[in-house]
Design a protein around this ligand. Sequence first.
Ligand code: PHE
Length: 394
Amino acid sequence: MKISPVLNTFTRVVIATTLSLSLAACTKKSNNASQDATQNAAGDTILVGEVGSMTGSEGTFGTSTHNGIDLAFKQINAKGGVKGKKLALISMDDQGKPEEAATAVTKLITQNKVAAILGEVASSRSLAMAPIAQQYKIPMVTPSSTNPKVTEQGDYIFRVCFIDPFQGTVMAKFAAQNLKLKRVAILRDVKNDYSVGLADFFTATFTQLGGTVVEDQAYSSGDTDFKTQLTNIKGKNPEALMVPGYYTEVGLIARQAREAGIKVPLLGGDGWDSPKLTEIGGVAMNGSFFSNHYSQEDKAPNVQTFVEDYKKIHGVAPDGLAAMGYDAAMVLVDAMNRSPDLASGNIRAALAATKDYPGVTGRITINEKRDAVKSAVVLNIDNGQFKYQTTINP
Ligand code: PHE
C-alpha cells in the first residue's frame, strides 16, 4: 500500500509531538512573557511549530508548504543544525479552518513550547493565529499570507512574501498594459480576507489606469454552483474575469464560466497555485493568467538546485507554496544563527533585521512593517502547464 504524503505528515506529527512533550516536561511553565533561551532549546533540539491545511479543499497548500519546510530542516540538520542543536518540526493540520489554526498555535506555544511558528498559508487563518503568537511573544513567520492585516497584528509577526496591494497592482497593470483590457469583471470570495483584499486592490489600480470593473459578484468558500453570478457577469460582456480565490472554487468557476459561454481569459492571484487547479478546471483554465511568488522555470542556480533537491524526494517539481515554505524556514534559521541566543525576543529582533537573504523566491529584506518587498511573476496557463510570462518589480 502506498502511504500518502498526508499520512506521512500525520506520522511525523505524532512522533514529533511525543518527543516535544517529553522535552517540554523538563522545562518550567511559561507565562505571557517572552520565553527564555533555555525553554526554547531544551536539550539538543530546537522545536519549531508549523500550522497548515494538510487536508480539506486547500490541502495542497499545507502539504506543499510542509514539504518545503521539511526539506529546509533536513538540509540544515545535515550540516549540523543551528547553534549545535538539531531542528525538530511539530506540524499541525488545521483542515483549512481558522478555529483549528488558533487551537493549534495555542497548543504549540503553551504545551510544546516551540521557539517559533511557521504558518499559515491562508491570510484568514494567519489572522486567527497572529494575535495568539503575539500575546505569548513567540515569533511567527507566515510563508505566504499576503493580506496586509496579518503582520499588523504585532511586532512578533513576519512574512517572507509580498503583500496584496502589490499583487493587485501587478494584475491590474498586466490587464491594462500587457493585455490592453478596458473592461474586467470580478468574482470574489467574500468569506476569505485574502480574496476581498485582492479584489479591492486590483480595482483601485485598474480604475486608476483607466479601466472599468463592469461587474463585481460574490461567492463564499465551499460554494459549488456559480451559475447566477456568471450569468450576471456574461450580461456585462467583460474582456476578462478576475477571480481572486483558491484553486478548488476557481477550477469549478472556470468550468461553469465556459459552460455559460464566457470565453474571455480568467485572471487571478497566488491562490491559484496548485496542481489541482488544472485537474479540477481542465481545459477551461487554458489561456488564463495569475500572479505568483516564483516560477520553477527560473534559471537562477539556487532555484534550480532547490527544484532538483525537491524532485529527488517528491518526484514532482515544487509549486510556489513549497518554495515559500522553504524560504520561510531558511529565513527563520538565518535569524536564529544571527541571534546571540534562542530567546524569543532576540530571534524576533534578528528576523526584523533580515536583509538581502537570497531565497528561492527572490531576495528577502524585511521592512519596518515586517513584510518582504519582492517581485512577483505572472504565469500563463497553457495546455494545463504554468508558463512564465513576466516578472514585475515593486
Ligand atoms: N496569499 C494567499 C493568502 O494570503 C495564500 C496563498 C499563497 C495561496 C500562495 C496560494 C499560494 O491567503
